[in-house]
Write a protein that binds this ligand. Structure first.
Ligand code: SAM
Length: 267
């Protein structure tokens, strides 16, 4: 039987993905235990290339949010939002429409503390702690229901989070449950690590680097990741490399480890 996950508490000794990803994207909100994991990955990829999947992902996220804004989306739910960075979802969204709504959700208490400091004074943004593996808790959370009108289009961001959800928690079912709440015109933005086409030995070492973390990394085949978009129509170019999704000409090359897509809900 699978266990109902308890919300994690802050523990500086256990490396956690929010802080490792912060290290990998040049942030300052990480600790020695996180840095150790990040150094292992850096050595694995070679010192020049180590950041590629993480920075590729961040750049995709920002482009996808701009795409949704152009498509008229004015409400965003960012699950597994990660540590704040230089340019956050609400910075992009409020640059276009200061009244547009942004709800940040993460199960990591430190992420929530950092975001709370940033958004507490903003009437159109909020943050709360919840686990994506418990979608009902998210959908019924008062911080969410107060801000989000599910009769209007929503941008649901599941960016670099589902590869920390083991199969036993049914990641496809989680997306389906969240997706069925969304009105036509809503969009799903999703990115996920995949080892398709990679050297299996490197993939194994990559996964092993995460082994002592709270939730291990689960790489999935691209064909499986595509099924997470059931109920959505993938917008061009479909499921793609992060660096190849509606990217400018000078975008750094794809790492080859990151599958991304944006799907539109039509009914
Ligand atoms: N979405 C951000 C981005 O793409 O820049 C951050 C991605 S970071 C790699 C993954 C985030 O997902 C972390 O902040 C982590 O705490 C969060 N996360 C992992 N598993 C989660 C879960 N079961 N529920 C909620 N958040 C989770």
């Amino acid at each position: 039987m699978r266990e109902e996950p308890a919300l994690p508490e802050f523990d500086p000794a256990i490396p956690v993905i929010a802080r490792v990803y912060d290290a990998a994207t040049g942030g300052k909100n990480h600790l020695p235990a996180d840095r150790e994991v990040f150094e292992k990955m850096r050595n694995l990829f070679g010192r020049d290339r180590w950041v590629t999947p993480a920075t590729e992902n961040r750049r995709f996220l920002r482009r996808a949010v701009r795409y949704l804004l152009n498509a008229g989306v004015r409400q965003f739910i960012d699950i597994g939002c990660g540590m704040p960075s230089r340019v956050n979802v609400h910075d992009i969204v409020h640059g276009v429409d200061p009244t547009a709504k942004v709800v940040y959700i993460d199960y990591d208490p430190l992420v929530v503390t950092h975001y709370r400091a940033l958004v507490h004074a903003l009437p159109a943004a909020t943050v709360f702690q919840a686990d994506v593996r418990q979608p009902e808790n998210i959908l019924s959370h008062p911080e969410l229901t107060e801000l989000i009108d599910f009769a209007e289009p929503v941008g649901l961001l599941l960016v670099a989070v589902l590869h920390f959800v083991a199969d036993e928690y049914d990641p496809r079912g989680i997306v389906a449950r969240l997706g069925e709440k969304l009105a036509p015109g809503s969009h799903l933005v999703l990115s996920h690590m995949s080892a398709d086409g990679q050297d299996p030995r490197i993939a194994e070492q990559f996964t092993a680097a995460f082994a002592n973390m709270r939730d291990p990394l689960v790489m999935r085949p691209r064909a499986r990741i595509a099924t997470f978009f059931d109920g959505f129509e993938l917008v061009p170019p479909g499921l793609a490399e992060g660096a190849e999704w509606n990217a400018p000409e000078d975008e750094p090359p794809a790492s080859g480890w990151l599958a991304v897509g944006v799907g539109r809900r039509t009914k």
